[in-house]
Design a binder for this molecule. Structure first.
Ligand code: ADP
Length: 485
């Protein structure tokens, strides 16, 4: 703080000296012109000039003296604000020994994470590696340096990263991607370097970068020197330590498709864990966790059914709101009325699918069931459709398969509900784009219209002949909200 004051004082003194020097130079120039001039005394204009010069000097000194008062009256513009903020940030940038990047110890463990058992299993290996590095070193095995958690907001990405830190008892360095974004080129990169230096010094440790897309966007998208410099530093840092150093980088995003390819290459975030909105069973587990030790007089299973589309965070808030309502009416047991009031409160401003009617759910389930049947992959009723990265060198067959998967849902709805419905425009768009690329870029077909029509006809036939199986999948989706192959 005192350092800052001194710095400002030095700056002011410098300004004053500059002003003084300029005034002296002006006076010398003026006197020189006066002496050299023949008709100096004929017109009074020189005297007016001298007076004007002194007025200017007086004004400058007055401005300097009352600078702070004047600044308080004039509203700051955006640039000034940014500049001041970045000056503060600049001063905050740590040195290795005096770092503002601090590790925390996490008291959260896997016990605090309900449901999502598959995700926990995937991360148990990481926990074991950090707890027993010798076991792995003996066989020269190194684990991925980076784990990328992909999923919509509120599904527990941060919670699970903190649980990994808690299970391993190692220092946890939390940074949000946005904290690396500065206006001065090089500042973000410096912060990334500091973060990795600190983590390496305290290894074994975990670095968690939330919303990594803020800094890891593909280079070239809305090009920005500062962001690119930061991203380059992140890539360099991830290359700069070996898998056995004990530093594990976990990052979270809900937009994997915008991330720079280089981040996903081997040796960086090569392990990816996809989280989705909790399924019906997960919701029951999460509700049980938050209601542990509380008296309830409502049907928990029914609440788990009725909260489809809620994120885990929304469920935690729901229980909290219900408890608040119970306390407000001086009760000691949570009853239906508390749940209803809480639901009404948190449903405002939430996504539309919280309010889907039975008919709308039926359309969505038909769409997703057909998609699941054709793609033979796990599909969820409220799948937000996180697009995974495309193959680098797809064959013609692979591209046709991708288009088939994109169109399966809409053709399924058309065949099974007897007319087309407008569901997920993005999938149709993607199919059209891929077909166009096959024709224009890769010369794999002559007409994208014919290509799409061909795929659609095949889908119509396959879906009609396997109607019963798809309807079974639809029933499972409506019940469990997820089908897994
Ligand atoms: P994200 O990082 O995906 O946006 P968070 O990890 O910040 O989500 O989750 C927000 C909150 O939701 C957590 O603090 C926790 O209270 C609750 N939560 C999320 N997932 C779970 C879960 N699986 N079990 C219990 N609580 C959860």
């Amino acid at each position: 703080m005192f350092q800052n004051l001194n710095k400002n004082k030095e700056k002011n003194d410098k300004n004053l000296k500059m002003m003084g020097m300029s005034a002296i130079v002006l006076v010398v120039l003026f006197v020189y012109v006066l002496i050299k001039s023949d008709n100096a005394m004929q017109s009074g204009s020189y005297y007016i000039g001298v007076i004007f010069l002194f007025i200017l000097m007086g004004l400058a000194f007055a401005l300097q003296k009352y600078k702070t008062k004047i600044q308080a009256v004039i509203p700051k513009n955006k640039f000034q604000e940014e500049l001041e903020k970045s000056e503060v940030r600049q001063e905050e940038v740590p040195t290795v020994n005096n770092s503002t990047i601090q590790a925390v110890t996490s008291n959260i463990t896997f016990k605090d994470v309900a449901g999502i058992s598959q995700i926990k299993e995937e991360l148990e290996e990481v926990v074991d590696f950090l707890n027993n590095p010798k076991k792995y070193k003996k066989y020269d095995v190194s684990l991925p340096k980076g784990v990328l958690l992909v999923g919509p907001p509120g599904v527990g990405k941060t919670l699970i990263a903190r649980a990994v830190a808690g299970e391993t008892n190692v220092p946890f360095f939390y940074q949000s991607g946005a904290s690396f974004v500065h206006i001065y080129v090089g500042m973000g990169a410096k912060r990334v370097k500091e973060l990795f230096n600190e983590a390496k010094a305290k290894a074994p440790s975990i670095i968690f970068i939330d919303e990594i897309d803020a800094v890891g966007k593909a280079r070239g998208i809305g090009s920005n020197d500062e962001r690119e410099a930061t991203l380059n530093e992140l890539l360099t840092q991830m290359d700069g330590f070996d898998g056995n150093s004990g530093v594990m980088v976990i990052a979270a995003t809900n937009k994997i498709e915008v991330l720079d390819e280089a981040l996903l290459r081997a040796g960086r975030f090569d392990r990816r864990v996809f989280l989705t909105l909790p399924s019906r069973n997960d919701r029951e587990e999460i509700l049980k966790l938050y209601l542990k030790g509380k008296k309830i007089a409502f049907e928990l299973e029914k609440l788990a059914n009725d909260t489809s589309g809620f994120s885990s965070a929304a469920l935690a808030t729901l229980v909290n709101e219900a408890l608040l309502n119970m306390i407000k009416r001086d009760g000691t047991t949570i009853v239906d009325e508390d749940i209803d009031t809480a639901k009404r409160k948190i449903q405002f401003g939430k996504k539309e699918h919280y309010f889907l009617s039975e008919e709308e759910k039926n359309i969505l389930a038909t769409y997703q069931a057909a998609k699941a049947y054709i793609s033979k992959s796990k599909v969820e009723l409220f799948d937000e459709g996180i697009s995974s990265k495309d193959l680098i060198y797809p064959s013609k067959t692979q591209l046709e398969n991708q288009i088939t998967n994109n169109l399966a849902g809409s053709i399924g709805v058309e065949v099974l509900l007897n007319e087309p419905y407008a569901v997920f425009e993005s999938e149709i768009k993607e199919a059209k784009m891929k077909a166009a690329a096959m024709v224009e870029k890769y010369d794999m077909a002559t007409s994208s219209q014919n290509l799409l029509q061909n795929i659609k006809s095949k889908l119509q036939e396959k879906i009609s002949t396997n109607k019963d199986e798809i309807l079974k999948l639809k029933a499972t989706l409506l019940k469990d909200e997820v089908v897994v192959f």
